[in-house]
Structures are given as structure tokens and as C-alpha cells.
Write a protein that binds this ligand. Structure first.
Ligand SMILES: *Cc1c(COP(=O)(O)O)cnc(C)c1O
Length: 409
């Protein structure tokens, strides 16, 4: 069977909508289009009922105690902003210290920066070489005035799965609220807000085969009851935590996407790990000088993530050479220069190697044939590009590149 090109392997960035999700959504655009806040007629009641079903399905996926613990947002960037700023503002008289890690998503880190400008203090914890934060480091960072700890379930670049249960336990002991950005890990690894002692959790539909522009914040209602200062005022929707008319079709799709995962995530994770492991095995067998960034492929790594440095081959150049495959590189294009990713820097990948890294993010619609095609293509192109690299030649001849005195320029 002929492969359809281009091949999508950037599932950490976004996912296509699952056809079953789309089918569930369609009637809510033109037929059941009511406003879920309209209490006076059937259009409103139908929308309200559809939202209730979606809320229940989302609550079930994270094992919330009650559906009312789910607050709808526009996505996980907003959920992260609401969790950090909402908690900081509400509890500011209790304390002004927040603990997080250096490898969080920008929506967490930039919210922290904003809070620092407003007089909060933030501790940014280092992570180990495998990208995981040490629970003892979290423990050591807690102070009497710490109000919130925020740690992601799994990292979007290197797939490191964090010790959420351990951190949750020690936050409980110390009476500190615990927020988890669960976007990348939900539906790919174990996540249970009750079991793990999580008080707030951010998720988004478009990373789990739902539509873009809808997300949720789980907000614990008992033991403890978490309070938040809403950041968007007007109308008091979502019990005052997030005003605005609910996006009913998107919520229906989000709920359907969660239901599919509740039923099948373990099988899917196993299949994806198989595809990912095959890709990595091919690179290791057929190329030298390839380095895995992040934890070993195993229980501490997202099953769909492979982040590899192909030494002596610029990531951006390799991506141009494999245009038929959609992946990401470890360099972030900032205004003028190519900056190595702050996540790779935080796990001690040196700058040269960071620039040669490629992130493969596998997902539901990738096939065995696609993995074989991508392996062939990448291996072939890496070999070709290295043939053109004088540095690679020198390294092969045993010259220690770090010892060379480069001419001044
Ligand atoms: C994608 C992502 C987000 C942001 O989610 P949006 O819904 O796109 O705003 C937050 N955190 C992580 C870890 C992500 O991967």
C-alpha cells in the first residue's frame, strides 16, 4: 500500500481530531446550538446536558471525585495561567512563595515571571540528567510561606515522566497546594488526581485527538477545597472561576476524546512504545554518534516520545532534508538566532548537540509502514549530510574536536 505523504510525527505539538470525536461534535454546531447558560428553553437545556456529559467524561479520565471539579478554559495555556495566578492571588496573604521546575511549559514559566514582578518569589528547581525532578529537591525547597508547587506530568520535548505521586504526598504533608500540567502525560501514562494527591491539573483537548481551543482545569473541591481568584470576569460561569459562554461542540468533542482514552489508553500506549522503540533501534543499529535526550525508553519516558541528537547534522538542515516528515527540532527560532531549547540545556545537553536534536512525536494514526519509511529516510539523509561534514570526517579519524585551536575570526 502506498504511503500518504507527508507523514505526521509531531503529536506533541497537536493531534488531528479523531473521526469519532468529530462525529460526536457535528450536531452541536447547527442543530443543538443553544447556549448552555440559557435556562428558559430546550435549546439551552440540551446544551447544558451535553456539557454535563462532557464534564463527567473528563472528570472520569483524571479520576476526579465530582464533575464540578472540572473548569472549562480555552486550552492548557489558560488553565496553567488560571492555576498559578488564581491561586497566587487568592492565597497571597497566606504566603508568596511558589516552587516549580526549569523544564515546565512556557505558560507556567511565564506566569511565574509575571508573579515575580508582582512580589511573589519563585524557586525554579533543576532537573536531573534524565529530565526528572528529584522529590527531595522539592521537599528541600518548601518553606513556611510556600503556597503552590507546580510540576508537569510529562515533558513535551524529552518525554520525562515526573514523580507526581511522590511530590503530591509531600505537598499534602506540608499543606501546600499542588498543580500539575498534565497535558502531555494524560492518556499516555498513569494519572489519577486522587491517588497522586493533585489539587489542580491542566489538560487540553487538542493533544488528545480533540479540537483546538478547549481545555480544562481540575480544581479539587474537598480535602482541601481549593479556592481560586478567577482571571476572566463577566457572568460568573464555571462557578465564578472562568466567565464566558461555553464552547459546547468543543466540550462535547473533548469529552468524547477523554472517553476513548479512558477505555483504551493502555493498549494505545503499548502500541506507541513499540513503534517508538523500533524507530530508536533502527537509528542505533544503522548510525553511529546518535544520542537519546531524556530518560531511557521505558517506564519513565512517554511511550510516544523520541528525542535524538544526530551529531554533526544540524537539526534544521535535517528537517529540510526530510520535508516529507513533520517533526520538531531542538532549536527554537527566536528573533534573529537559533537558540538551543531551554529544556535540553536544563538536562545538560551541550549546545552543539542540542542543535542536532530532532523530536519524533508518535501518535494514534502512525503505522508500522510509516515508521519504517521514516527510519529509512532519516538514516539515509543523516549519512548523506555527514559525508559533507568535515567535522564528522575529523572525528572519524580520531581527532578530538574539542582540542582544536580554531583560527581567530
Ligand atoms: C501544548 C502544551 C500546553 C499548552 O496547551 P494549549 O492548549 O495549546 O494552550 C501546555 N503544557 C504543555 C506541557 C503542552 O505540551
Amino acid at each position: 500500500m502506498a504511503l500518504k505523504l507527508p507523514i505526521y510525527m509531531d503529536y506533541h505539538a497537536t493531534t488531528p481530531v479523531d473521526p469519532r470525536v468529530l462525529d460526536a461534535m457535528l450536531p452541536y454546531f447547527t442543530e443543538h446550538f443553544g447556549n448552555a447558560a440559557s435556562r428558559s428553553h430546550r435549546f439551552g437545556w440540551e446544551a447544558e446536558e451535553a456539557v454535563a456529559v462532557g464534564r463527567e467524561r473528563i472528570a472520569r479520565l483524571v479520576n476526579a471525585e465530582k464533575p464540578e471539579e472540572i473548569v472549562f478554559t480555552s486550552g492548557a495555556s489558560e488553565s496553567n495561567n488560571l492555576a498559578l495566578k488564581g491561586v497566587a492571588e487568592f492565597y497571597r496573604d497566606k504566603g508568596r512563595h511558589i516552587v516549580t521546575t526549569r523544564v515546565e511549559h512556557k505558560a507556567v514559566l511565564d506566569s511565574c515571571k509575571r508573579l515575580e514582578k508582582q512580589g511573589f518569589e519563585v524557586t525554579y528547581l533543576e532537573v536531573r540528567k534524565d529530565g526528572r525532578v528529584d522529590p527531595d529537591a522539592v521537599k528541600a525547597a518548601l518553606r513556611p510561606d510556600t503556597v503552590l508547587v507546580s510540576v508537569m506530568l510529562a515533558n513535551n520535548e524529552i518525554g520525562a515522566i515526573m514523580p507526581i505521586g511522590d511530590i503530591g504526598r509531600l505537598c499534602k504533608e506540608r499543606g501546600v497546594l499542588f498543580h500539575v500540567d498534565a497535558v502531555q502525560g494524560i492518556g499516555k501514562t498513569e494519572f489519577d488526581v486522587r491517588e497522586m494527591g493533585v489539587d489542580l491539573a491542566s489538560i487540553t483537548a487538542h493533544k488528545i485527538y480533540g479540537p483546538k481551543g478547549v481545555g480544562a482545569l481540575y480544581v479539587r473541591r474537598s480535602k482541601p477545597r481549593v479556592r481560586l481568584a478567577g482571571q476572566i470576569d463577566g457572568g460568573g460561569h464555571e462557578r465564578g472561576m472562568r466567565s464566558g459562554t461555553l464552547n459546547v461542540p468543543a466540550i462535547v468533542g473533548f469529552g468524547k476524546a477523554c472517553e476513548l482514552l479512558t477505555e483504551g489508553w493502555r493498549d494505545e500506549a503499548r502500541r506507541l512504545a513499540g513503534l517508538r522503540d523500533r524507530l530508536w533501534a533502527r537509528f542505533q543499529a544503522e548510525l553511529d554518534e546518535v544520542y537519546l535526550n531524556g530518560p531511557p525508553c521505558g517506564p519513565l519516558r512517554l511511550p510516544n516520545n523520541l528525542n535524538v541528537s544526530f551529531a554533526f547534522v544540524e537539526g534544521e538542515g535535517l528537517m529540510m532534508a526530510i520535508k516529507d516528515v513533520a517533526v520538531s527540532s531542538g532549536s527554537a527560532c527566536t528573533s534573529a538566532s537559533l537558540e538551543p531549547s531551554y529544556v535540553l540545556r536544563a538536562v545538560g545537553v551541550d549546545e552543539e548537540l542540542a542543535h542536532t536534536s530532532i523530536r519524533f512525536g508518535l501518535g494514534r494514526f502512525n503505522t508500522d509502514e510509516e515508521v519504517a519509511f521514516v527510519a529509512d529516510l532519516v538514516i539515509g539523509k543523516v549519512k548523506r549530510l555527514r559525508e559533507l561534514s568535515p567535522l564528522y570526517e575529523m572525528a572519524r579519524e580520531g581527532i578530538d574536536l574539542k582540542s582544536i585551536q580554531w583560527a581567530a575570526h
